[in-house]
Structures are given as C-alpha cells and as structure tokens.
Ligand binder design. Structure first.
Ligand SMILES: Nc1ncnc2c1ncn2[C@@H]1O[C@H](COP(=O)(O)OP(=O)(O)OP(=O)(O)O)[C@@H](O)[C@H]1O
Length: 315
C-alpha cells in the first residue's frame, strides 16, 4: 500500500555466487522506529543500499516512500535522509555552516526556510560552538551530530542511520538518542537504524528486524527477541582471596547461574543468568554467602550473541 514507508517483498541481491540478501520481506509504517540488526556481513548495508537506490536488486520488490528507489532516486532523495557513519555528506574543508547552506540549496529549499530549519537543528544538537569550524577539524561526536542535522535539513519522512552512535562516549550517545526520539515524536519521522549497540535499540526502537546470512530471522519487539533466545546477563564479580589460600574457590553451584569464566585464581568470576528466571540480587546474595565481593558489574546481552542464538534457533 502507498501509505507504507518501506515495503520489500522477496528482495534478493546476489554478488556473483554470494546471496547477500535472500528473499527478505517486511514493511515499515509511518512513524515507526525500527532497528535492523545482524552480525557483520549479514546483509544490512546491502538492504539499505537497495532501499535508497544505490544498488539494483537481483530480484524482488522494494518501495521506499511508495517509490521505486532506482527509477525515482532523485525524487526519493527529497523524502529521505541517510547517514552512513563511514561516509560523509559534509564538505570537509568548509566551515560546517556552509554545508548546511549548500544542502538547503541542493534540496531547493527557500533560503529563509533552510535558515530557520538549520538554526533549529543547531540549537537542538548544540552545534553553535563549532559552526565556523571546518568539518575535518570536528571531533567524532560533533561530526555525527552534524551529519544527522545535514540529513534532516529537508525534513525527510524517513531517516536511515547506519551505526549512528558507534565510537561515541556515553553522554554523546545519550544526547543523540534523546534528539532522535524527540524528532520522531514531534515530526513523525520514521527511523530505520542499524546498530551493534543494544542500548540504541532499547532506547529508540519499538521493533527490531534481525537479519542473518541474508535472511530475516526475526521481526518483533526487543523484549520478544530477548525471550526467544533467553538472552542472558553476565555478572562479573571481583572477590577477595580467601584466608590461607591463593585465590577463591570456583562458584559452580550458584542457583540459577552458570559459571562461564574464571580469572586470577578465582578472584574474578563470570556468572551467566537469565533475568526472567533469577534476579541479579539473588545471584549476588548467593555469591556473597560464599565469598567477599569487592566489586561487581553486570554485562548486558551482546547483540552479536543474541543474533547468533536466533540463527541457531532458526536452523
Ligand atoms: N560489493 C560487494 N561485492 C561482493 N560481495 C559483497 C559486496 N558488498 C558486500 N558483499 C558481501 O555481502 C555480504 C553482506 O554484506 P553487507 O555489507 O550487506 O553486510 P552488513 O550486514 O552490512 O555487515 P557489516 O555490519 O559488517 O556492515 C557479506 O558477505 C559481504 O562480504
């Protein structure tokens, strides 16, 4: 239907003998925020390139904003914004502000309208301090904000982001996620993003698509995904050596937790547990009864691991 922002049906792309995208079918409705995830080489970039008209599908159907991305690439460019972490859309040697002005002209925006919009983005993304800095001198975090602003100048209906928070510090990540969430709420912008960071998905997306070896392995909510694979957390505990011993005995029989790693004669141990079945508090209590806990950290499920499990389950 024309109201869908993205539609793919039996989409296939082959590179010589390799089928990088293998009969992928999904739709995205206006205003949705969708995480498109999968291990390295799963086929994410290839899909995005077909959605944006950079690559020709081998077979199948793809529609973005109701358009054929290859045939209507220019018209489509006015309706979508795309941020590829590795590739810049800014003019490297010019002060940042000039990139915004040029992009406004490329999108044939009225100069006054473009000025208002770029001013708004400069405020929201706190870019005032480096507008006159040449792009190549910007820090990674500054440049990522600038790339996102550049992709939103023309108020696209769909924003496609490839690894938007990669390499950013915690605070920059949080700011960017807040901004993208607000952009979606206030303007109804549809988001499609690839990421290896579970936090991006948790904070931004209400739906996740998992691709593995070119096939769609899961389409649903993040909590559903974690349930499907029983995603584990890992508690890492640092323990005081026991009196009269070099180290600490291995914690092999903690209820609801499995010992998955031991370092330094047992002074650091890794315990995996399913948060649906056991609480972190219960695991800690059982560990504390056995040893003196000096420090602890809880590791979130690793997206690559979740994806590997999904694939194993789908075979
Ligand atoms: N131009 C190309 N020629 C040949 N093979 C390619 C080409 N581009 C990608 N591939 C292969 O297609 C498969 C899918 O690649 P793709 O870049 O879509 O994966 P991805 O999920 O985006 O991975 P990453 O997270 O590493 O970016 C991989 O096996 C890759 O090696």
């Amino acid at each position: 239907m024309a109201t869908q922002i993205i539609e793919t049906r039996d989409l296939v792309r082959e590179y010589k003998k390799l089928r990088a995208v293998d009969h992928i079918s999904f739709t995205v409705e206006p205003g949705e925020a969708v995480g498109y995830i999968g291990a390295n080489g799963a086929g994410k970039s290839t899909t995005i390139k077909m959605l944006t008209g950079i690559l020709r599908p081998t077979s199948g159907l793809v529609r973005t904003c109701g358009r054929d991305p290859l045939r209507e690439r220019i018209a489509l460019a006015r309706e979508i914004g795309v941020v590829f972490g590795q590739r810049s859309q800014l003019w490297w040697d010019l002060p940042l502000q000039e990139s915004f002005t040029i992009l406004g002209a490329i999108h044939r925006l009225d100069p006054a309208v473009a000025r208002v919009r770029s001013g708004e983005l400069v405020d929201l993304l706190e870019m005032g301090g480096f507008l006159s800095t040449p792009v190549r001198q910007l820090s990674l975090g500054q440049r990522m904000r600038a790339e996102i602003a550049a992709s939103l100048i023309h108020r696209p209906r769909l924003l496609i982001l490839d690894e938007p928070t990669i390499g950013l510090d915690v605070l920059s990540k949080q700011r960017l996620r807040d901004f993208l969430g607000a952009e979606r709420r206030e303007h109804g912008t549809t988001l499609l993003l690839t990421t290896h960071d579970m936090g991006d998905i948790e904070r931004l997306c209400d739906r996740v698509l998992v691709v593995d070896h070119g096939r769609l392995a899961y389409d649903g909510t993040l909590s559903g995904l974690a349930k499907t694979v029983g995603a584990e957390r890992v508690m890492v505990v640092d323990l005081a050596p026991q009196a009269g011993h070099e180290g600490v005995a291995e914690l092999r029989d903690i209820p609801g937790a499995a010992l998955v790693g031991v370092e330094g004669e047992g002074t650091r141990q890794h315990l995996a547990f399913d948060p649906q079945a056991t609480s972190a508090g219960a695991v800690l209590a059982a560990v504390s009864a056995r040893a003196d806990v000096l420090d602890l950290a809880i590791e979130e499920p690793d997206i690559e691991d979740v994806v590997r499990r999904i694939y194993a389950a789908s075979r």
